[in-house]
Ligand binder design. Structure first.
Ligand code: PMP
Length: 438
């Protein structure tokens, strides 16, 4: 029995009895987090962890942040948790104004949802309404959520479960430069091949006008895979010729996370027609949304409501979180602390053959583990690595097409000392796994 001693009430067994078998848990002995402060959490056994996963990017500015707690408590003190979106909601309007301004999208308007899935569903509805088309382009290895529309544009079959898609979707190259067919190509040649393929898809695969391309600037669940610089700009040129809309899924890459831009797609010099967001904006409270060109948002068939989307509690948390990010220039902090860690990991990679790749931007970075002898993806080593970092007091994530990418996205409030502490644990664990794998 692998249930931790600390779980005297057999919580793991109860989880297995009452939750679906695909509600997966990390670690041989899954942990129950009982408290958090700053960039650390504590489990039921009293063990403390530095959090390099931030609840899978939900806790964007860490735990127990007075500004967020007080904003939520002020709203609770009014007696109104939520009434309805048929009334004027001040918090919603103020936050929408800020997001519209930060988006860089001309005449932008904002619609709030409760999750990233709903945000993408809304964007797909807007785009297909606007273009009168069910044809959509997405990227290979993408993840956009679990509703019928969002799952349609999610490409990896292990995340899809079925193919009952309401949309007609074609998946594009862009993050698969490692494939044999592209091996040895320069970035410029690879991008040219991708654009050729896009033109070929438009000429042959789709039956009528295409509504949109939806893409993650850095693929999250896909293992923090990145398109080469220039790919999205090259795609945008073709899309513009055809009037096809570009939707940037910023659920993981928004709010300064990449350090070099406030929204991930701005790293590519591309202004999208729509962006979707969720996860970290509420710092733990459920919030998502779409920011889009006003003419698309205002479309004649686009009427929609979301009962709890943009509710006063979520808006209080999200407003306080966004202000905190801006007031403390956490984008610059992400660039600074991310460089310490990514630089350190790249240095370690030069002497540890178990590291197949180090990639990322700002506080969104991944390490791929490979068999040192063959260079083949090594998902079993990734599982071992997770246990090792847990033992050393660091929470991280796992993902990627082959399950061998270790994904890390600490709170944007990470200090330089914490960056060095986390890097130290990562390098120690990599050395251990490298020794074991030899
Ligand atoms: N888009 C991306 C890029 C994501 O990473 C996720 C969540 N992993 C989603 C959409 C879906 O968000 P949610 O789980 O809030 O529905």
């Amino acid at each position: 029995n692998s249930t931790p001693m600390s779980q005297t009430d057999g919580l793991l067994a109860r989880h297995r009895a009452v939750m679906p078998n695909w509600a997966g848990l990390y670690y041989d002995e899954p942990i129950e987090i009982v408290s958090g402060k700053g960039n650390r959490v504590v489990d039921a056994s009293g063990k403390s962890y530095l959090d390099f996963f931030a609840g899978i990017l939900t806790n964007m500015i860490g735990y127990d942040i007075p500004e967020v707690r007080e904003a939520v408590e002020r709203q609770l003190a009014t007696g109104v948790v939520h009434t309805s979106t048929v009334y004027l909601l001040r918090g919603q309007i103020e936050l929408a104004e800020k997001i519209a301004r930060l988006s860089g999208i001309p005449d932008a308007k904002v619609f709030f949802t409760n999750s990233g899935t709903e945000a993408n569903e809304t964007a797909l509805l807007l785009a297909t309404y606007a273009r009168g088309s069910d044809q959509v382009l997405a990227m290979r290895q993408s993840y956009h959520g679990r509703s019928f529309g969002a799952i349609s544009v999610t490409s990896n079959r292990s995340w899809k479960n079925n193919s009952l898609s309401p949309l007609n979707v074609h998946f594009l190259h862009g993050t698969d430069q490692h494939l044999a067919q592209f091996r040895g190509m320069s970035d410029a040649d690879y991008i040219a091949a991708c654009v050729d393929d896009l033109r070929h898809v438009l000429a042959t695969a789709v039956t009528k006008d295409v509504a949109a391309l939806i893409a993650e600037p850095i693929q999250g669940v896909g293992g923090f895979t990145m398109a080469p610089d220039g790919l999205f700009a090259a795609y945008k040129e073709v899309l513009d010729e055809e009037g096809i809309l570009f939707v940037s899924d910023e659920v993981q890459t928004g709010w300064g996370r990449t350090g070099s831009a406030f929204f991930g797609i701005h790293n590519h010099g591309v202004t999208p027609d729509m962006m979707t967001f969720a996860k970290g904006l509420g710092n733990g409270f459920a919030v998502g949304g779409v920011v889009a060109r006003g003419d698309l948002m205002d479309g004649p068939h686009a009427a929609g409501v979301a009962t709890f989307g943009g509710n006063p509690i979520s808006m209080a948390a999200a407003g306080a979180t966004l202000d905190y990010v801006l007031d403390h220039d956490l984008q610059a902090n992400a660039a600074r602390t991310g460089e310490i860690i990514i630089g350190g990991l790249r240095e370690a990679a030069t002497r540890l053959p178990v590291v197949g790749d180090v990639r990322g931007k700002g506080l969104m970075f991944a390490v791929e583990l490979v068999d040192p002898a063959t260079g083949a993806p090594a998902p079993a080593l990734a599982v071992r690595f997770m246990e090792e970092t847990k033992k050393l007091g660091l929470l991280i994530g796992k993902g990627g097409l082959y399950g061998n990418a270790l994904r890390m996205a600490p709170p944007l409030t990470l200090t330089e000392d914490e960056a060095r502490e986390g890097l130290g644990i990562l390098v120690t664990a990599l050395e251990t796994i490298n020794d074991e794998a030899r």
